[in-house]
Design a protein around this ligand. Structure first.
Ligand SMILES: [Zn+2]
Length: 261
């Protein structure tokens, strides 16, 4: 791990930004992104970050919630563009509302999220959005940017491998003791919404529930500071409007799969 990190940094420094690329075509949207992290490394970091959280955060004992998350998550995973990942869905006993999906298919839901999410369709909205970030390799895209920053020496001191796991955690929305929680870029947020909407529909969840979910949060968050996941996922008119624009494609997918109008 240690050696690899320095090789990346060396490559970034040596060739300069934009000199070399790993081009990745994002499923569903078809956008091309520049990613400097090999997917194998991304999976290894994802696994390490997942084990790290599991050893530091208590797991929920709410068997009904655990099986609900696993049932909905598995349906979405099977409908995604990465059905062969080693998917795992863990529910953590943690009051902060949060949910994330790491590369390789390790998904975490914090019990505090359930204060805000009511129906299966709403939970599917959040999970499909997070799965969208992972399948689109948004964390790797951010890590590629972080590596460019790291090459300039801006990352805090610490052992290289630990630091890289911390970077991966932040890059996939877990938060970390070393770094503040970073929101994804607006472009990545919209892309995860789009991918999530299609995955929901393919998994047989009514994509219109995504609109009611975000619309409720748009009203709830007006003039208020929202906690954690909701603070990095601002619900505004533009977000809801974009989801409505995407609805015809999502509904066509939903009707094809379920036969329902
Ligand atoms: Zn997001």
């Amino acid at each position: 791990m240690r050696k690899h990190v320095w090789i990346y940094l060396g490559v970034v420094v040596g060739l300069g930004v934009g000199g070399i690329t790993g081009c990745y075509t994002v499923p569903v949207t078809g956008r091309t992104s520049m990613i400097l992290v090999p997917q194998s490394e991304e999976f290894a970091l994802g696994m390490q970050a997942y084990n790290d959280v599991r050893s530091n955060t208590p797991l929920s004992r709410d068997t009904a919630l655990i099986s609900r998350v696993q049932r909905i998550g598995s349906r979405l995973a099977a409908a995604s563009d990465a059905p062969t990942w080693a998917w795992e869905f863990a529910v953590f006993e943690e009051q902060t509302p949060n949910a994330w999906c790491l590369p390789g298919g390790k998904v975490g839901v914090y019990s505090g999220l359930m204060r805000y999410v009511y129906t299966d369709g709403e939970l599917a909205t959040v999970l499909a959005h997070e799965i969208g970030h992972a399948v689109a390799r948004h964390g790797a895209e951010r890590m590629s940017q972080q590596m460019i920053v790291a090459a300039g020496g801006a990352i805090v001191a610490g052992s290289v491998s630990d630091k890289n796991v911390e970077v991966a955690k932040v890059a996939y929305g877990i938060g970390s003791e070393l770094f503040v929680m970073l929101p994804y870029s607006r472009k990545q947020e919209y892309e995860a919404d789009e991918i999530g909407l299609i995955y929901m529909a393919r998994a047989g969840y009514d994509p219109r529930e995504a609109v009611t979910f975000w619309e409720r949060f748009r009203q709830l968050s007006q003039g208020r500071n929202m906690p954690e996941w909701f603070s990095t996922h601002p619900a505004d008119e533009k977000r809801v409007a974009r989801l409505r624009e995407l609805m015809p494609r999502a509904l066509a997918e939903y009707q094809r799969v379920t036969g329902k109008p």
